[in-house]
Each structure stands twice: as C-alpha cells, then as structure tokens.
Design a protein around this ligand. Structure first.
Ligand code: F3S
Length: 488
C-alpha cells in the first residue's frame, strides 16, 4: 500500500500549528498550510514553540488522525518523546540509530517501561553515550499559561501512573503567587487550573520551590549532573556553579525526576563545553539591564561565549545567563578571570561589544515611550540580597504605577520575618513569589504596557505577553513609577 507523504523543509509549531481534531496544518505561512497529515507520512524539520506542544501528538492519536509516521530533518527531543508516548513511528533523516551497550541499559532496568522506552529511543536517536544519574531536577512547564490544557492533560497522564520523584525536584515559576493570587488580580478560571497543576506536582513529591533560581535555594555541588528545565538556570549552573545539565523539556524533566536518570549527551560531556566565541566588551556596563543587553546581543551569534573585560556580580551574571538563553540558546558561558574556560583555542570567532551594540539592544527591546501600566523586576527571581538591595533605592518614595517584584517563596518569607517585605510594600510595590510577569496571564489582566529591567523579560513580554515594552535600568523604572521625568 502506498502511503501518501506530506513534506516540508519548515519547522512546525506543534502547540498551535496543527488542528488536533482533524490533523489539518493550520500554521500560517508554511508551504503545507491547509494540508492534512492524518494517516500519512509527515516530514518536517523540527518543532518550534512550547515544548508542551508534544501533547498535540497524543491528542492526534486519540482522535484517530495521527500521522502514520513522522520523519524529522533533525533530532528534536520534544517530537521524539511525544511520538514514543503516542506510539507514532519516528525517524530522523540521515541518522543511524546507535545501539547502547548492555551496561547502560542495565542502569535503567528498574524504571517503569514506558519511561525507559522514551529514554532509550531518544538516546539511540541522538547517539548518546548512555544514561547518567542526576543529583537534582528542576521541571519547566509549570505555569498554566505556558502549558495550557494540553500540558495539564500530560501531567494528569503522569499522575495516573502514581509514581513519585527519586531525586530532589523543584519547579519553575507558576502563573501566579500561590498564596496572594487573589490580590494579585489573577482570573479565577486561570487560578483553578494553576492550582491543579501544583497539586499534581505535590502528589508526585516535587518540592514546592517554584522559582527560576533553584541555584540560590538548594545546595549544588560543582561537578554534579542535573536535569534543569529553565533556560536561564541551565546557563547559570553550567557557567557559574560548574554543574552539567542540558535544557530538559517538561517530559524529560518529569522522567528525570521520576527515575533519577537523564540521557548523557550535550552539556553532560566535557568535549561539548568548549567556547566558540570571544566577546570583547569595550564599553562600561553599569547596571543589571546593561549586562542583560550584553547577553541578549551575544545570544544571537554564539553558543558558548567567553566574555572579556567585565567583572559581573551575582545579579549581573543572572542577567547575562537569562538574556543569552532567551535571544539564542546559550547553555554555558565563561567570564575571563572569573570562570575561565578549560582551554582557549586561538581561532575563536571574535565579537566586539561597544556602546553601539549596547544602544542597539535598548533600541530593539523598547517598543514604546508611553507610560507603563505595569512595572516588574526580578527576572530571574530576586533572592534575599537582591530584595535587601532594593530598600535604599525605594526608601521614602511612593510608587504610583503597579510595581511587581518577583521572588521565590523562601525569600519572601525571610523578607517577611525581618520586616523587609512590609517596609518595601509601604512604598507601593508588591513582592510576589512563585511567579513572574512573563508566565502570569498579564495580557488578560488589562496590562498593555509593561516596563522591566530584564532583557529576557523584555523579549518575552513583547512576543509571548503581547505587551508594548519599556526596557530600562532599575533606577529609571523607579523614577517612572514615582511619576518623575527621567531627565530630572
Ligand atoms: Fe524567571 Fe520568569 Fe524571568 S521564569 S527567568 S522571572 S521570565
């Protein structure tokens, strides 16, 4: 029997590019838009968009409109995991599957079969060495805004298996402060779904540390292997803490949590951690947002950069990590004199970062000069030191525009204990934990213009939250919130 084939060289968004009930390609602008993949061979390059788009494959299967086979142009962890869960045959063009030695298969012989099948299949497809035990897991895809009903369904599927975590597991931010969501203004229907997601994670034994800075909360030994999902945390722990982790999608994060194992390839191997670019910083970076701008610029050109000419503090390192993983996919960076690379090849590409490039990033990320209706800082989340550093900046001032400060619940509680939260909030700011302006449903809360000092947030506020964006240093945001002219 001849099987019809749908072919494109494009990548496809699984989350919103395919009609799950009919199998029709709905993503606009593709050469296969309008065609139907049901019961056909479907060749595409890879998936784009949210990693929870893998749920589409399960739903297509359930609805009897799944493709007969998927052929990918390049390995894509999300599609591979989704195909295995849905029972759709998958092939990567031009890639020979590598058999794994018995000793590697033995490592995972006691884990549930459906999880082992996903690990083994993906390990063979990506040519991995095998499997590696991880010391800690951080699962992404926690906000209902990012995973939607498809992601919630995936979580219910895992919850039904009644498995529990085998290693310490924390969670990425949710879409709301888990205690103060009502006063935060979160819509009720959103909160209900969000609370169900959190309940599922609680049932499987994950810690309700719901934050993008687990590295400031849990002890991590240099040299330890991890399975982290949040891209900024991946970049930070690989670069600053000397840990080893790939960026794990929500399914792989769950598998790592429930089994204690992940696939040993990519950033887990020393040979893949060599720098590819020297970045000569030839201007003075004065603020967290300047450092974010640097990371944002470099992320577009490099995968593993070495920065020269900067001495960033902890907060500024977080900004570099977050922005470089948002504009590009930097999983690891070095800073000369602070975190030097093990070797520095002579033939590295060189990028110069001057006042011109710095201005270019500010120009790109600022989309309006109107006044914001929300100001939000703490991306990545503030720790207690960051909250303490805010106090002198806010002292005696009165914020006239909603002003969110994102942190983790542990730091909010510590700030409460020492009276800091109350002192900060007397100025009109709100200290919210467990969430941030990007993964909260701000576009459904009547916010249209959001100001931030985070380059990462500025990017996603525009594309993911449909906001007009103001990207400025913290002191300027405080002036705006006070209703002052920035020139004064
Ligand atoms: Fe964290 Fe949200 Fe920024 S998850 S890194 S505060 S976009």
């Amino acid at each position: 029997m001849i099987v019809e084939r749908i072919f494109t060289k494009c990548s496809v968004s699984l989350l919103d590019g395919i009609n799950r009930e009919t199998g029709e390609i709905t993503q606009v602008g593709l050469d296969i838009t309008g065609q139907n993949i049901a019961n056909k061979e479907f060749r595409f390059e890879a998936s784009t968009g949210s990693t929870v788009g893998v749920m589409t494959l399960l739903e297509l299967k359930e609805n009897g409109v799944a493709p007969k086979k998927i052929i990918l142009g390049k390995p894509d962890s999300n599609v591979i995991a989704g195909c295995i869960l849905a029972g759709i045959p998958i092939e990567i063009e031009g890639m020979m599957q590598v058999d794994l030695p018995e000793s590697e298969l033995k490592k995972i012989e006691n884990i549930p079969d459906f999880l082992a099948r996903i690990l083994v299949s993906e390990a063979k497809i990506v040519g991995a060495k095998g499997f590696i035990h991880v010391d800690a897991v951080q699962i992404s895809g926690v906000s209902y805004k990012t995973i939607g009903d498809a992601g919630l369904k995936m979580l219910r599927f895992f919850a039904e298996k009644k498995l529990t975590v085998k290693v310490p597991t924390t969670l990425n931010p949710a879409g709301m402060d888990l205690k103060e969501w009502k006063s935060q203004g979160i819509p009720h229907e959103f909160a209900e779904k969000q609370l169900e997601i959190i309940e599922i994670f609680k049932q499987i034994g994950a810690s309700l540390t719901v934050s993008c800075i687990p590295y400031d909360i849990i002890p991590l030994k240099s040299g330890s292997h991890l399975a982290f999902g949040e891209s900024s945390a991946v970049s930070f722990v690989n670069s600053v803490r000397g840990c080893y982790t790939n960026r794990e999608n929500p399914i792989k994060g769950l598998i790592a949590a429930l089994t204690g194992f992940t696939i040993e390839y990519g950033m887990h191997l020393i040979e893949n951690r060599k720098p590819d670019t020297r970045v000569r910083v030839e201007c003075s970076l004065k603020t967290e947002s300047d450092h974010g701008a640097l990371g944002y610029y470099v992320g577009k050109f490099s995968t593993i950069p070495v920065y020269e000419g900067i001495t960033p503090n902890h907060r500024e390192l977080k900004a570099i990590a977050a922005a470089g993983a948002a504009s590009g996919a930097i999983p690891l960076f070095y800073v000369k004199g602070i975190h030097d690379p093990p070797e520095m090849p002579d033939d590295l590409r060189v990028i110069n970062f001057t006042t011109r490039e710095l201005k270019e990033v500010y120009d790109e990320l600022n989309t309006t000069s109107d006044l914001p209706d929300l100001i939000a800082v703490g991306c990545p989340h503030f720790n207690l030191d960051d909250l303490k550093a805010l106090e002198p900046l806010l002292k005696g001032k009165r914020m006239k525009i909603p002003f969110w400060i994102n942190t983790a619940s542990i730091f909010k509680e510590q700030a409460e204990e020492i009276g800091l939260k109350e002192r900060l909030e007397t100025t009109g700011v709100h200290v919210y934990s467990d969430c941030c302006m990007v993964v909260a449903p701000i576009e459904k809360m009547n916010f249209r213009i959001t100001a931030t000092n985070s380059a990462k947030a500025a990017k996603y506020l525009k594309t993911f939250c449909k906001q007009e964006v103001i990207f400025k240093p913290l002191v300027e945001l405080i002036k705006i919130a006070e209703g002052k002219n920035l020139d004064s």
